[in-house]
Design a protein around this ligand. Structure first.
Ligand code: XUL
Ligand code: CO
Length: 448
């Protein structure tokens, strides 16, 4: 990475230099306290484990608007006179930010990086213009693309869905966008391509042919996969589960729903899951639950790192600062052997009341330090023999004898009945949940 303080013709974050690791004793808010990129944890550097990415949409497009009022942040790139110069300045600001933060990856949607044209060809041209500039900026700063995606949910034409729209004409527009976004992802060397089906679902069950819509979705994904492979994309396709919002019900409800869908339609070889914390909690799970379900299926592809607000039920996309959550997430990631070629993308936005450019740095520094700490603590928890015993030791009755024969499929239901009848009432075995929780807290308290 070069040492330029800014990219292009303007410095968008003046007064802020490269963010450095200063360690736990530092009181500099613009320094990392825990994220020490080359520190080795569990045999790999923090960078290799964490693969942090900054998302384009929340950080450089959203200005803080909510359903009750407009944006609160004044972006320097927003006062450029036309759409193209605004998009170019925004991209320069983004790469200045990536470079100063020292983050290795970024992620984008087609129309947060570019702007939508008057038709398919015009939109493709706009995206291509921005891809060329992004390619230069990637090379100048050493930032890589974790994933690209197409926004198939904001434009009013997608109000009834994209790949699951009852109107074939809309599906073709979605296909055009996905084709161009895959082209852009490949051009920029992206490691993954994401599908988040925000409008793929329904608002009213009685006016929806759910069976046909799901078949259309599977066909659409298969054709996108075929196209990607045909142009040399060898990365992972990712589905990002979310149960609701904006739709009343979304088809990609949670990890297990998506795993079942991918297996049913023969897509499991090319597609994995991008698990987002706040989506898992919206589905009534914990973040770690959906990570574990994906990991158990061999389909943990990537992570959208954020958090919700326990007091309400929507997708607040807050920066992940909850250490307990991060420890539980990293326990799954470490056990799964990592998320590469995925990473940890901060799909998170600073609060509407956080209006200084510096807030964007503080938010990312906090998220990166939280996961770095989570990683170090998770390594210790996994290395604690008590934890292994408390989890895996519970299943020791299946390790030999009849338990093993059951696992091997050698015992019938009648055989199981006979074993039960001979053995009498099984002895009670405590699950020791409180001990598990206490041990994890002890490791957290030991620090990083
Ligand atoms: C929406 C969301 C999206 C996806 C990409 O809740 O998480 O930003 O990550 O489309
Ligand atoms: Co997301």
């Amino acid at each position: 990475m070069n040492s330029n303080v800014f990219i292009g013709d303007t410095e968008f974050f003046p007064g802020i230099g490269k963010v450095q690791f200063e360690g736990p004793e530092s009181d500099n808010p613009l320094a990392f306290k825990a994220y020490d990129r080359n520190r080795v944890v569990s045999g790999k550097s923090m960078d290799e484990h964490l693969r942090f990415a900054v998302c384009y949409w929340h950080s450089f497009c959203a200005s803080g608007g909510d359903p009750f009022g407009p944006g609160t942040r004044q972006y320097k790139w927003a006062d450029r006179p036309d759409l193209e110069s605004r998009a170019r300045a925004r991209l320069d600001a983004a790469f200045e930010f990536f470079s100063k933060l020292g983050v290795p990856y970024w992620c984008f949607h087609d129309f947060d990086m570019a702007w939508e044209g008057v038709g398919v060809a015009d939109s493709e041209k706009n995206l291509q213009t921005m891809v060329e500039l992004a390619k230069e900026r990637q090379a100048e700063t050493g930032t890589h693309l974790l994933w690209g995606t197409a926004n198939l949910f904001s434009h009013p034409r997608y109000m009834n869905g994209a790949a699951t729209n009852p109107d074939f004409a809309i599906l073709t527009r979605a296909a055009a966008q996905v084709k161009a976004a895959i082209d852009a992802t490949v051009e920029l060397g992206g490691h993954n391509y994401v599908f988040w089906g925000g409008r793929e679902g329904y608002a009213c069950l009685q006016n929806t042919d759910t069976k046909r819509e799901l078949e259309h979705l599977a066909m659409f994904l298969a054709k996108a996969r075929d196209y990607g492979r045909s142009i040399g994309f060898d990365g992972t396709f990712l589905i990002e589960p979310k149960p609701m919002e904006p739709m009343y019900h979304q088809y990609d409800f949670d990890a297990q729903t998506v795993i079942g869908f991918l297996r049913e339609h023969g897509l499991a070889g090319d597609f994995k899951l991008n698990i987002e914390a706040n989506h898992a909690t919206l589905a009534g799970h914990t973040f770690a639950h959906d990570l574990r379900m994906a990991a158990d299926a061999g389909m943990l592809g990537s992570i959208d790192a954020n958090r919700g607000n326990p007091q309400n039920g929507w997708d607040t996309d807050q920066f992940p600062t909850d250490l307990y959550d991060a420890v539980h997430a990293m326990l799954v990631v470490l056990e799964a052997g990592g998320v590469a070629p995925g990473g940890l993308n901060f799909d998170a936005k600073v609060r509407r009341e956080s209006t200084d450019p510096e807030d964007l740095f503080l938010a990312h520094i906090g998220g990166m330090d939280t996961f770095a700490r989570g990683l170090v603590i998770a390594e210790r928890v996994l290395a604690d023999p008590r934890m292994q015993e408390l989890r895996f030791g519970r299943y020791s009755s299946y390790d030999s004898g009849n338990g093993k024969r059951f696992e091997n499929g050698e015992l019938s239901l009648a055989d199981l009945r006979d074993i039960a009848a001979t053995n009498g009432e099984p002895r009670q075995v405590s699950a020791r949940q409180e001990l598990v929780e206490n041990i994890i807290n002890d490791h957290i308290a030991t620090g990083t």
